[in-house]
Design a protein around this ligand. Sequence first.
Ligand code: ADP
Ligand code: MG
Length: 460
Amino acid sequence: MSVELAKKVWAEASDRLKAILQPDIYSRWIEVIHAVNLDGSQLTLGVDNDYYQTWLEEYYLQFIRDAVGASSETPLSIAFTVIPRSTEVLQTARAAAPEAPPSARTSVREHLGSRNRSDFAPLNPKFSFNSFVVGPSNSFPHAACMAVAQAPARAYNPLFIYGGVGLGKTHLMQAIGHHVQADSRASVCYLSSETLMNDYVHALQERTVVAFRKKYRSVDLLLIDDIHFLAGKERLQEEFFHTFNALFDAHKQIIMTSDRPASEISGLEQRLVSRFEWGLVTELEAPDMETRLAILRNKQATAQVHLPDDILLFLAQNIKANVRRLEGALVRAISYTSLTRQPLTIETLRYLLRDSLSQEKQSEVTFDSIQRAVAEHFDIRLSDMSSKRRQRDVAIPRQVAMFLCRTMTRSSLPNIANAFGKTHATVLHACRAVTTRMDVDSDLKQQVQRISQKLGHSIV
Ligand code: ADP
Ligand code: MG
């Protein structure tokens, strides 16, 4: 542990930052940072409040990392910590906000605003239908959400939206909330399943379960995000089961999101699975190239900046699996141009985005690579992946391969069915069968884990 060393590294790193950043940016965002400690390979930097921390982590971390990397002989990771000095600083920081890019301003203001709320968390103003770009991959879920927003509890109840990380589930769900709030006096409750869980545990500890029940059963629109978090939490599932029934019977709208279909959430009670499928189940898929480009154009218009077409095209062509990552890449490109005032080349962009690009590569697992890895693991022929043979020694590996295609690539059931020459019902059955079997057969679970690790993913 060394405070002195931390100060020395930070002094040198801030000199480097001073050389590349515009003076007002430097004095507002970098000069306020002080070195706290250097412990092993971690450099801890202190800021006065969490406003700075959020902002720095979101916009300047890569610059800081690079500068610190160049100032230290060994690679260092960076952690921020809040060490308040005075409350005045917060006011200054708030006053500085209007000059910052609008997209981030909202999230930070939200962050500050929500701190003292004991009530439901506010909706994120960014997540409206207006700012949601519609393309072939999301037109069905989008239409379903519009229908629910226009006729809550009458169109589809419950509405269950599932899909991979960063594809817009929370965005669409909150867009419904905004629409309903603007249109009526209905009470809207948005919360993540994790918050629900914390609230429940708190209620149990404080013996306020009755109040807890009342709170959630009195809303008109319940938006529960990331419901897959309920997996294996039996008491919470029991509690949620009754909340669900109470709301449903009272004709209140329930909307849920999940990273997979309810039937594939292992450790979710059957009675909940069936209820979640009562209304409409809709899947968000990764957007195609044109939609990705449209999303980028839309975001740059909101941020009131203009990047050359070849830069946008490069981003859209190379960041495919996750809209959140695509947005992050755009922000990085924008901050580079506005901070350094240098023209952005594809080469620099490649360097700036090296982490996202390598993550993207990793997620490029194909049906073919999965089928090969599974066939090799179970020592069967690759052709058996699409053969009609039903013997157990072939049927089980084939089901495992279908399951892995589903969980790793997030492709739609018909696409996977195609790759195996089967129907989409067969794929669905295979995914359910493998999920259920892994719960009771630890050997199978281990084998699936091993194959997925070999493919560069860990799924269980
Ligand atoms: P999820 O909840 O599926 O993990 P989010 O809803 O948080 O994903 O979306 C991640 C980010 O991508 C958000 O900032 C969201 O606004 C943006 N996003 C996703 N899909 C779209 C879209 N079709 N149009 C515009 N922005 C999108
Ligand atoms: Mg989400």
